[in-house]
Each structure stands twice: as structure tokens, then as C-alpha cells.
Design a protein around this ligand. Structure first.
Ligand code: MG
Length: 255
């Protein structure tokens, strides 16, 4: 069942999205060699709480029987794709870190991810970050009434593969609203399912996860951290967007 949001509800989702992006902005300012991922989590949690919102990810049950997710953010470094647990790891020059933040405010979720360079990174790492962001843009451009979910998937996959990288298959984007994960699923690759037709008022988290090497991934013993199977770098770019009569609109933005 896909929920269709009214303009009023979209306005509420923008408020949640703004909290998410305030947290991102703050983290972007402090990400540097020497900082721990636990410190990033503490700062993001503080921003979210100060705005009267609740971190969406904290306490989510583990799909593989591990602990409930302990962080306000997911912090995934280098070969980690998504769902990295914030901890004592110290960022070092040349790392890349994918930060995923979700917040619920006034009954609605916002969800956005970015991959940040730590200090100066290799040209290959920078290319991966930029291709992942542009893949999101290409996907979002297809989020217009009358298109199918698969139009988004195709745009993401073809741009990523043209650039010599691969898209993760095991994890996908999703509808979002009063629940963090709603229908429909939004694969970043062309699947046999063309997916539903898009209509105005749908809200979607489009989130390319892009690996420098193989698309294959593994989950670590902690039951959360997803890593590339070949140890290659991975990047993640996500926004919550709305399909509207004016075209696709990003809800995770600062206004
Ligand atoms: Mg998401």
C-alpha cells in the first residue's frame, strides 16, 4: 500500500527533512582526520534532539539477530556500504565516510545520506563520490507522474555503469512517510519488475549505493555493517523526494 501525501503532509515532511540536513551540515563541518564516528553520532543526535525530533534509526531491530541499532546515524567508512555502527574508529586522511541520517518530526520521517571525503582523498575516491551523487540526480529526474519505478532504477544503473562502477543489488530505496520504510521498493538496478506507476504525492527515498568494484556485498558479524565483497570503496547518496505536479522535489533540504 503506497501512501499519497497532501501538500500539508509534504510540508510536514520538509520540516523533518530540514532537521536531517541540519545534522548533515553540522557533521560536514567537523568531519576531519582524528574524529571518531562515535563523536559524529553524538553531534548528530544532539542536533536532532535540539529540534524536537527523534532519530529514526536508533533502536531498529537487527534483521540478522544482532543488537538493536545503537546509533542515531549510520557511519560507513571506505569499504563499508551502509549500516556502519558509530564507535571508536578514528577517521584518517584519505578515508571516505558515508553518513545516513533519519529523523522523525511531527509524525513524519526524513532520510538522507551523503558520502564525505576525510581530508584529501584519491581521485578515484572523489570520482566515486561524485558519480554516486549524480546517479541520484539522474534517478530523481525520472520521478515524475506517469513514469515507473524502473525508470528511476534504469537511470541510476546506467549512469553508474557508464562510469565503471557497480550498484548494490541487496539493498534498495523505499517509499517513506509516517513509516521510515514504506512501499514501493526502489532498486538501483533494472529488475524484472517494472514497478508501480508514479503519481503525484508519492514520497520516495532514492538512494544509490555504488561500489568501485563488484556489486556483491557481505554483512559483518555485528549483524549490521554491510561491506563490499572485494574490499573496494563504496559511496551512498540519498534524499527524500516528492513526486509533484511541479516535478520531483527534494524534501531533505535546508530552507
Ligand atoms: Mg533510506
Amino acid at each position: 500500500m503506497i501512501s499519497i501525501k497532501s501538500q500539508r503532509e509534504l510540508d510536514r515532511m520538509k520540516k523533518a527533512g530540514e532537521v536531517v540536513m541540519l545534522a548533515h551540515k553540522r557533521l560536514e563541518e567537523i568531519i576531519a582526520p582524528g574524529v571518531t564516528t562515535k563523536e559524529l553520532d553524538r553531534v548528530a543526535a544532539e542536533v536532532i534532539r535540539s529540534k524536537g525530533a527523534i532519530a529514526s534509526f536508533k533502536g531498529v531491530p537487527c534483521p540478522y539477530g544482532g543488537m538493536d541499532f545503537p546509533g542515531a546515524i549510520c557511519a560507513s567508512v571506505n569499504n563499508e556500504v551502509i549500516h556502519g555502527i558509530p564507535g571508536d574508529r578514528i577517521l584518517k586522511e584519505g578515508d571516505i565516510i558515508s553518513i545516513d541520517i533519519g529523523a522523525i518530526l511531527d509524525g513524519f520521517h526524513g532520510d538522507a545520506a551523503r558520502t564525505y571525503p576525510v581530508g584529501k582523498v584519491s581521485p578515484e575516491a572523489m570520482k566515486l563520490i561524485l558519480v554516486t551523487e549524480e546517479a541520484f540526480n539522474r534517478g530523481m529526474a525520472q520521478a515524475v507522474e506517469g513514469n515507473r519505478i524502473r525508470d528511476i532504477s534504469r537511470a541510476v544503473q546506467s549512469y553508474v555503469e557508464e562510469n565503471g562502477f557497480s550498484v548494490v543489488r541487496d539493498y534498495v530505496g523505499h517509499g517513506i512517510g509516517q513509516e521510515m520504510h514504506e512501499e514501493p521498493q526502489i532498486p538501483n538496478y533494472v529488475s524484472p519488475h517494472r514497478g508501480v506507476r508514479l503519481t503525484n504525492g508519492m514520497t520516495l527515498a532514492i538512494e544509490p549505493m555504488v561500489n568501485a568494484g563488484t556489486w556483491k556485498v557481505n554483512v559483518l558479524e555485528d549483524g549490521w555493517t554491510v561491506v563490499t565483497a572485494d574490499g573496494s570503496l563504496s559511496a551512498h547518496h540519498e534524499n527524500t523526494i516528492a513526486v509533484t505536479a511541479r516535478g520531483p522535489e527534494i524534501l531533505t533540504a535546508l530552507y
